[in-house]
Design a binder for this molecule. Structure first.
Ligand SMILES: [Zn+2]
Length: 230
């Protein structure tokens, strides 16, 4: 109650935003219900793909003004990320590079000051769904590419897709929570991809892969890096 006798709660008019107002609870609930309807009709998703914005993409670096860093230009990183995400979705949904998709759900997120990243769920038609370790290996690889035959791919994976080093090599790493790595690294080496009931497969991580690059001097580190891949 105010001094002049008016009550501040009586001012204004309550407005219920419709689901078409992006980001509000009705909109999010509608998207969630749509996603559940997909799963009810087509079954559980077969592929879970994450794409993260890379601040070193040339399309971003070329557009920075003098003295600017990637962090200063969320407008630029968001646009470049959006174009590349659309290109990836076109490859998956229209060109069918991973099989014919019958349904897809994707979301783009920004975590605080972080870069844009997208999570994509794909449901494949029945005959394209991976069902054994040979078909899993055709789609997913948790090993480093061969440095001599695929140097460009090796550099991309080694610089962008390795977890850590953490554990004994870097005990103060952010992933260390009360002892072990909270993300489950180091992963153990495994000669073959294996199915596991009720969860995703455990992927092949061969210890003796590309032995010429694992010299005795860096053996421990290289082994850790190999097992950290993906
Ligand atoms: Zn870790």
């Amino acid at each position: 109650m105010q001094q002049d006798g008016t009550n501040s709660t009586n001012f204004g008019r309550m407005v219920v935003l419709p689901a078409s107002f992006a980001g509000n609870p009705r909109h999010m609930n509608q998207l969630y219900q749509d996603s559940m309807a997909f799963v009810r009709k087509f079954g559980k998703p077969d592929l879970f793909i994450t794409m993260t914005c890379n601040p070193n993409w040339p399309e971003i670096l070329h557009e920075l003004r003098r003295g600017e860093e990637t962090n200063d230009r969320p407008d630029l990183t968001s646009r470049v990320f959006s174009m590349k995400l659309n290109a990836l979705l076109k490859d998956i949904l229209q060109n069918g590079v991973l099989g014919t998709a019958v349904a897809n759900i994707h979301v783009v997120e920004w975590h605080k000051r972080g870069l844009s990243h997208g999570h994509i769920l794909i449901i494949l038609r029945s005959q394209d769904q991976p069902r054994d370790n040979i078909e899993y290996d055709r789609i997913v690889c948790a090993e480093l590419p061969d440095k001599s035959t695929h140097p460009k791919l090796y550099n991309i994976v080694a610089s962008r897709m390795l977890h850590g080093p953490c554990g004994a090599l870097h005990p103060s790493c952010a992933c260390i929570v009360n002892g072990p790595c909270s993300k489950g690294y180091l992963k153990t080496f495994q000669p073959q991809t294996e199915d596991s009931t009720g969860s995703y497969p455990t992927y092949r991580r061969r210890q003796d892969l590309h032995p010429p690059h694992v010299s005795a001097a860096v053996g421990n580190l290289a082994s850790e890096l190999l097992s950290c891949a993906l």
